[in-house]
Design a protein around this ligand. Structure first.
Ligand code: ANZ
Ligand code: ZN
Length: 968
């Protein structure tokens, strides 16, 4: 064995050896409680191959997989390729190769790149979603859905990408743009197949609670499913010339408590009712023109915030508010979407932002019916005291020179207030505010700025009057022009002093008014709508009721219905492209739509020479008459195949099941095998799949559960996200920026083990971090140090032999400190792997290595343990050293070391790394670690290196168990 660490020799050799001996071959065993199914999101084999960011997640799962195997688990850790869909097809078109060929080549390249990294995949279980023996089952699932009525044909307008020339699902659209190519999405009516995912909305939402997934992903799914509870309320529609009912329209509202504040009703431009009203709308041409204009707008143009809202009033048409019989105008406006709720809204500009903006633009009335209701926390109402209602003003007078506000400091009470007081009968609020300022402070030269929209209702105990007050307060904003003032009368003077308050003092700690927080927010907000809940005013018999109560009561009174709506839309499932699974249906002239019989699956994608998209709404398959024309399976009459294909997401919606039983041609998965492996114990992948793949897979899985194919109702028990690796320049790695680092190059120069350990050591696993070749070299040094430890092992033991025990060499075993450190390390590395804190596991192994390195000679036991702990991270070098110690079987099939009773294991402490006294990093170390050990680790941390770059350390201050501070 060579003395120098030569990764090139070692790594290739062991990869071959492992493959030859099939040491990672997985089979079901007895005793299911020791199974562990760990899964990576399988890659889309693009033409560009992997960059160093891609394998980060795979390295993590590989470590966990190896760790579980060493702990005695039967591990399933498979890999495959997701190869249907647009990227492969576009690549093929661009490079003028058939997608099938391109995909084969790309998969081969990907697999080579993955193999170089030394993963423990059982390649006998590899899958490829474009393989007919695989997609036979994708088609089979579709047929089952069709059978159960969950796949239906529709002609609704859908999202259409003009560049990719295909229809898209809502999940493929991001901020109104095609998720693939970034073009603005259009609406296009076309024939399509749709999957009824909405039937599963409630279960998909409820079951999120039982998943061990990152909270952020669960929250994205909740928002995507978008459950809203509210009321469906029916408005009668009148032809205003005849005051006669001509129809009715349902609106969906989450705020039926605002029903008395409705000042108009809006229909979406696509609302079906408009057709029926045509003959009665006086300005029908204008309305039709508007509908046409809407069609040409993209989704972003219609809905993005801050966009000008547009609309047209339906002249001659009125809606009747069911709760009070009030007649309100009806508008058509594109800020109302046809496919949400009922496609119509009751507009309440006082309490809804969009309605407010619209009402301001078109001069529609704004009627306030809900007031914020504040119960004064410091002076809450006292039970049993008299309740007195008051109408108040608060005068907010700003001195523009200083930015300060006029206040009163009360003498008898611990109060700080604005000038304030009651509004007299018939007095206008602005006049009342001027009067109070003059009476209380003497100032008379005020410039009126504005009345803050909306009153505030407040409940408090007024100590000076010994009564409970319910006040309705309006705030009036002024600017002080100059200090012109009149004499303040003696009584007022005795009550308070005039003071000036900086804006930072306008809060409930300084001010007595509980309303202040609301004023402060209002002073800086653009809109006037109060969108919160509160207490009802101007609402007939419901005035004084709080929103939460009023919602149900008003719904009942208006004969409305309490309903649940979802934002989730059914899954538009057909693509007008070539490279996808054919949808296994046949259109028969006589029998209609007929399923392809199960025995005829798979319906293979025909080999073609022209596969470019047509853009006509037809798939390229439609042109292949030999393939299209078939006999009807039912009546043997003339029939045609469905020519749309499935979306890219189809094959990945169930692939994790196929790994359990890849070769089965009778069943999607054998149920004994399924029961053995399911569910996936840990799934690792990118957060970008939160509302696409992870939604679709849960939907299909629940369906398969319902029809008895799988035994669990959720596919992935635990999910973990990978933080991206950015390029050294901090940007995303991309061919476009020319900043891509290819793992093949890194492996060639530094080795796969270095790549693996470095990617895990870079920082917390789920966080984004930039690549640094320099830091990676630090990791390589660590591996070299481990390599050199073997010298201490051999040379020393030889020496001791020669010397014949004359002077007993000091063996590390006799070192109790080291003994403790060893057990701490076993414990920590195991716990950290399980919790995916790989970076701290590595730093702990570095500490142990550094300590061992200080010894003159190292007991085999220590070295052996270090190798076992390091094996999941650096499988090649550990295997080589293991063999070198005389072992004949693979280290990867060994048992994970045990640590001694926790009583001898000291606790770890968190060491903070400071640079010039500023905290820059932290890591875990054992209690009582010596300065040089701690300093070494601290210096190797990527964060520290970043801050020290090129500078000299003048001094190191170490506070044991706490801080290491580098002074520059
Ligand atoms: C009256 C109202 C008053 C509303 C108020 C809000 C505040 P979420 O929570 O997202 O479900 N809405 C209903 N259907 C709509 C559609 N097709 N297009 C655009 N907007 C629609 O939102 C429900 C609220 O969004 C509904 O409640 C409705 O406005 C609006 F002070 O009704 B609301
Ligand atoms: Zn037929």
């Amino acid at each position: 064995m060579s003395k120098e660490y030569n990764h090139k020799k070692i790594e290739k050799k062991w990869q071959k050896e492992w493959a030859k001996k099939k040491i990672y071959k997985t089979e079901e065993k007895e005793g299911r409680n020791r199974k562990f199914y760990i899964l990576d999101m399988f890659p889309y084999p693009s033409g560009e191959g992997l960059h160093v960011g891609h394998p980060k997640g795979y390295i993590a799962t590989d470590i966990i997989s190896r760790f579980h195997r060493m702990k005695g688990f039967n591990v399933l850790h498979p890999m495959g390729f997701d190869a249907f869909g647009l990227p492969a097809e576009n690549y093929a078109i661009k490079n003028k190769v058939h997608p099938e060929k391109a995909v084969k080549k790309n998969i081969k390249h990907y697999k080579e790149q993955l193999e170089e990294i030394g993963f423990d995949y059982d390649w006998d279980r590899e899958i490829d979603t474009t393989d007919p023996t695989y997609y036979k089952w994708t088609q089979w699932i579709f047929l089952k859905m069709f059978e159960k009525g969950l796949a239906y044909e529709s002609h609704e307008p859908i999202n259409w990408c003009p560049v990719d020339k295909t229809g898209l699902a809502n999940e493929d659209v991001e901020d109104g743009r095609c998720e693939r190519c970034g073009s603005p999405v259009e609406k296009k009516p076309m024939r399509q197949w749709v999957l009824k995912i909405t039937d599963y909305a409630d279960r998909m939402l409820a079951d999120l609670d039982k998943l061990n997934w990152p909270e952020s992903i669960k929250e994205s799914q909740r928002n995507w499913i978008g459950r809203s509870e509210g009321a469906q309320i029916r408005f009668k529609i009148h032809d205003s010339r005849f005051k006669k009912k001509t129809g009715e329209v349902d609106v969906f509202t989450t705020r039926p408590d605002t029903l008395f504040g409705v000042t108009y009703v809006v229909l979406a431009p696509e609302h079906s009712m408009l057709k029926n009203l045509e003959s009665r709308i006086l300005n029908v041409d204008e309305v039709k023109k508007y509908q046409e204009e809407t069609k040409n707008k993209t989704e972003i143009e219609r809905t993005s915030e801050g966009k000008q809202k547009t609309g047209v009033e339906l002249k001659g048409i009125k809606a009747i508010n069911p709760v009070n019989g009030e007649e309100v105008p009806v508008w058509v406006a594109d800020y109302v979407l046809v496919d949400y709720g009922t496609g119509a809204v009751m507009a309440v500009p006082a309490h809804d932002e969009r309605d407010f903006v619209f009402a301001k633009k078109y001069n529609l009335p704004i009627k306030e019916v809900v007031l914020p209701n504040i119960v004064d926390r410091r002076n809450p109402p006292i039970e049993g005291k008299k309740i007195v209602e008051r109408k108040n003003i608060h005068a907010l007078v700003k001195n523009p020179k200083t930015g300060e506000y006029l206040g009163l400091r009360w003498k008898k009470f611990d109060w700080t207030t604005f000038p304030m007081g009651g509004v007299e009968e018939g007095e206008d609020v602005v006049a009342a505010a001027r009067r109070e300022v003059k009476e209380e402070t003497g100032f008379t030269n005020l410039k009126f700025i504005k009345v803050l929209d909306g009153q505030v209702r407040a409940e408090y105990f007024a100590a000076h009057k010994d009564q409970n007050r319910v006040s309705y307060t309006t705030a009036v904003l002024f600017e002080l022009v100059d200090e012109t003032s009149v004499e303040v009368d003696a009584e007022e003077k005795a009550a308070h002093d005039t003071i000036w308050l900086s804006e930072s003092k306008l809060n409930y700690d300084t001010m007595t008014h509980a309303e202040i927080e609301h004023w402060h927010m209002k002073m800086h907000s653009e809109t006037g709508a109060f969108t919160g809940e509160g207490v009802l005013v101007n609402s007939g018999p419901f005035t004084g009721t709080i929103s939460s109560e009023a919602k149900r009561k008003i719904t009942a009174s208006a004969k409305g219905e309490w309903v649940v709506k979802y934002k989730l839309r059914d899954w538009v499932f057909s693509r007008q492209r070539y490279w996808g699974e054919p949808i296994p249906l046949i259109h028969c002239e006589r029998c209609g739509i007929v399923a392809v019989p199960e025995k005829d699956l798979p319906v293979e994608l025909p080999k073609v020479t022209s596969y470019e998209p047509t853009g006509t709404g037809e798939s390229p398959l439609a042109a292949i008459s030999k393939w299209v024309n078939v006999k009807c399976p039912k009546c043997a009459g003339k029939a045609k195949r469905e020519t749309n294909t499935m979306p890219q997401w189809a094959g990945s919606s169930w692939y994790y099941l196929r790994y359990m039983d890849t070769k089965n041609d009778k069943q999607l998965v054998n149920s004994i095998k399924e029961k053995y492996w399911a569910p996936v114990d840990l799934y690792v992948g990118g957060a970008e799949h939160a509302t696409r793949h992870l939604i679709y897979a849960r939907f299909w899985h629940k369906f398969l559960f319902d029809i008895g194919v799988v035994s669990t109702d959720e596919p992935f028990k635990k999910l973990q996200n990978v933080g991206l690796i950015n390029a050294e320049d901090g940007r995303k790695m991309s061919k476009r920026w020319g900043n891509v680092v290819n793992p093949t190059d890194v492996i060639e120069q530094y080795g796969a083990d270095t790549l693996r350990v470095y990617e895990m050591f870079m920082g917390p696993f789920d966080q984004q971090i930039a690549w640094s070749t320099k830091n990676m070299i630090g990791t390589r040094r660590f591996i070299e140090k481990v390599w050199r430890l073997k010298e201490k092992l051999k040379v020393k033991s030889e020496k001791s032999k020669v010397k014949g025990g004359e002077t007993e060499p000091e063996l590390a075993t006799n070192n109790p400190k080291l003994e403790t450190l060893l057990h701490q390390t076993i414990k920590k590395v195991g716990e950290d792997i399980a919790a995916m804190r790989f970076n701290t596991a590595v730093s702990q192994m570095m500490i142990l290595t550094n300590e061992l390195d200080k010894e003159e000679m190292v007991d085999e036991k220590y070295f052996k343990t270090l190798l076992l702990l390091l094996a999941p991270f650096a499988p090649h070098v550990t295997e080589e050293l293991w063999k070198d110690m005389g072992n004949t079987t693979s280290i990867h099939l060994e048992q994970w070391p045990m640590f001694a009773d926790s009583s001898i294991v000291e606790k770890n402490v968190n060491i903070v790394v400071q640079i010039n006294g500023k905290v820059r990093a932290a890591f875990q170390s054992s209690v009582g670690a010596k300065e040089d050990a701690v300093r070494k680790i601290a210096l190797e941390l990527p964060e520290t290196q970043k801050w020290l770059k090129g500078q000299t350390i003048k001094k190191v201050i170490y506070v044991q168990n706490k801080v290491v501070n580098f002074v520059l």
